[in-house]
Design a binder for this molecule. Structure first.
Ligand SMILES: Cc1cc2nc3c(=O)[nH]c(=O)nc-3n(C[C@H](O)[C@H](O)[C@H](O)COP(=O)(O)OP(=O)(O)OC[C@H]3O[C@@H](n4cnc5c(N)ncnc54)[C@H](O)[C@@H]3O)c2cc1C
Length: 437
């Protein structure tokens, strides 16, 4: 066999699982359809700016999932701690009340709202999150009479698990995030050098014992007696002992020509609804703000950062890079009129927050994104509902990425899935080797 493992997709998940398996001594081939690696966390150089694919930060920094992958590779991922997060509300910035202590000190909440917000946070963190998976945050807060508490819940669910609409936020998924957030010493970190340092670090590790091929779209997987026997691109056919798909699960059935897979898997994968929204990156020819923490708006819930205030290497000297993300329901993003209206709303909001921003802008990159995180963490799409790492009828095929049932949301799910899948593939290959002895 040419390779021990073929990994399909070179985003965070594919690069991580490829690097972890290469580190264990397996011969890995990673096939990526684009010219560049990184997938939804990719980056590009633009006139001295390093422009990432929208706002990217890592929950829990050195205690988070990306750092855990790097530790397993014997490497350290360095983080820069941003400033304190701030909330834009009623035309001014306030400290974001993102823990019980800050809630009680917050000038934006009346005393009754402080009490009820603390009570709901407590209700969320007590007990096992799994018990609340199928309950929405709207149900959990159904007795709440305080508009400020509900607003805070929308903001926290929005930034924590990208589910600002409480009807579509699983109380259990939010509780799992909160529990981790309350324990974590650092809530969020920005990787020094940006997502590039993650992508290039993983590529370097993978290439120690493996190979990366970009511009190589996998079109078809061929099956023989319950194993994936061939991986086909336009240019070639590859063979390996195990195959890891690290592309969104929604697209996996197509790799098999829409057949040969259990109906239950196909249905779950195809119907999985991602988070969506509008992203706006702005290159600024002069400084318009000194803010260096996560900035959040409450109406509508949106979030952003002056990335270059956190890591100055991301913009040319004297200039600034702003990245903003406005989560929206997928049908709104797909509706041209609605998306345009919301883009205008975001631009107006940014203009009010940072006077002079549009005069200072030397370029803008608006994006309408129909997939931000691979799944919206709502009831019916929780860890117990999402696609598993294996498919019962296929022996040597594994699923990785931010659409699987790994812990967390977004990048965390991608990294956590890679840790899990690298272990499963290792066990499978060792088992197969023993059988062959
Ligand atoms: C604007 C934006 C902001 C975000 N902000 C954050 C954040 O702050 N924190 C966070 O944790 N997460 C964030 N996320 C989510 C995070 O980027 C994703 O969860 C993560 O990058 C997903 O990684 P992945 O490897 O699972 O999937 P992907 O990145 O989608 O990787 C899949 C790869 O497979 C390739 N591919 C697809 N089909 C084929 C094929 N047939 N053959 C070969 N290759 C193929 C694709 O080109 C892609 O490179 C954000 C996402 C976006 C879009």
């Amino acid at each position: 066999m040419d390779y021990d493992v073929i990994v399909i997709g070179g985003g965070y998940a594919g690069l991580s699982v490829g690097a972890l398996l290469s580190h264990k001594g397996y011969r890995v081939l990673l096939l990526e359809k684009s010219r560049n690696l990184g997938g939804r966390a990719g980056y590009q150089e633009r006139d001295g700016y390093t422009v990432e694919y929208g706002l990217h930060a890592n929950r829990f920094a050195a205690e988070g999932a990306a750092a855990a992958v790097f530790r397993r590779l014997g490497r350290e991922l360095q983080f820069i701690s941003p400033g304190e997060p701030e909330l834009w509300r009623e035309d001014g910035f306030q400290p974001l009340p993102n823990n019980v202590g800050k809630i009680f000190k917050s000038p934006v909440l009346p005393f009754s709202a402080k009490l009820s917000a603390a009570r709901y946070l407590l209700k969320l963190v007590v007990g096992r999150p799994e018990r609340k998976y199928q309950m929405s945050m709207e149900e959990l807060t159904s007795g709440c009479r305080s508009p400020q508490t509900l607003e805070l819940m929308r903001v926290l669910s929005g930034i924590g698990i990208i589910a600002p609409d409480l009807r579509h936020s699983s109380a259990g998924e939010f509780a799992a995030f909160l529990k981790k957030a309350l324990r974590a010493k650092v809530k969020v970190g920005y990787p020094k050098g940006g997502t590039r340092s993650i992508i290039e670090g993983l590529r370097e590790e993978l290439e120690k014992n493996g190979q990366v091929m970009t511009s190589s779209k996998v079109n078809r997987l061929m099956l023989k007696k319950g194993v994936v026997s061939q991986v086909k691109t336009d240019a070639a056919t590859y063979v390996s002992r195990a195959v890891v798909s690290a592309i969104p699960a929604q697209e996996v059935p197509e790799l098999f020509g829409g057949k040969d897979l259990p109906i239950k898997f196909v249905k779950t994968a195809r119907e999985l609804i991602p988070t969506a929204g509008i992203s706006l990156d702005v290159g600024l020819r002069e400084r318009v703000s000194d803010k260096d923490g996560l900035l959040v708006t409450s109406d509508p819930v949106s979030m952003g950062q002056f990335t270059s205030n956190i890591d100055p290497s991301m913009a040319p000297e004297g200039k600034q890079l702003l990245s903003w993300y406005y989560p929206l329901p997928l049908p709104w993003v797909k509706n041209q009129e609605k998306a345009k209206q919301e883009e205008e709303r975001l631009r107006d909001l940014l203009g009010r927050m940072f006077p002079g921003i549009w005069e200072a802008a030397e370029w803008e990159r608006p994006m309408r994104l129909s997939m931000v995180d691979g799944f919206l963490p709502r009831p019916g799409q929780t860890r117990e509902d999402r696609p598993d790492f294996t498919i019962p009828s296929l022996d040597n095929f594994f699923l990785c990425g931010d659409t699987t049932r790994a812990e967390g949301t977004g990048g965390d799910t991608a990294f956590n899935s890679a840790i899990h899948v690298s272990r499963l593939v290792d066990e499978y290959l060792e088992g197969a080797a023993k059988e062959g002895d």
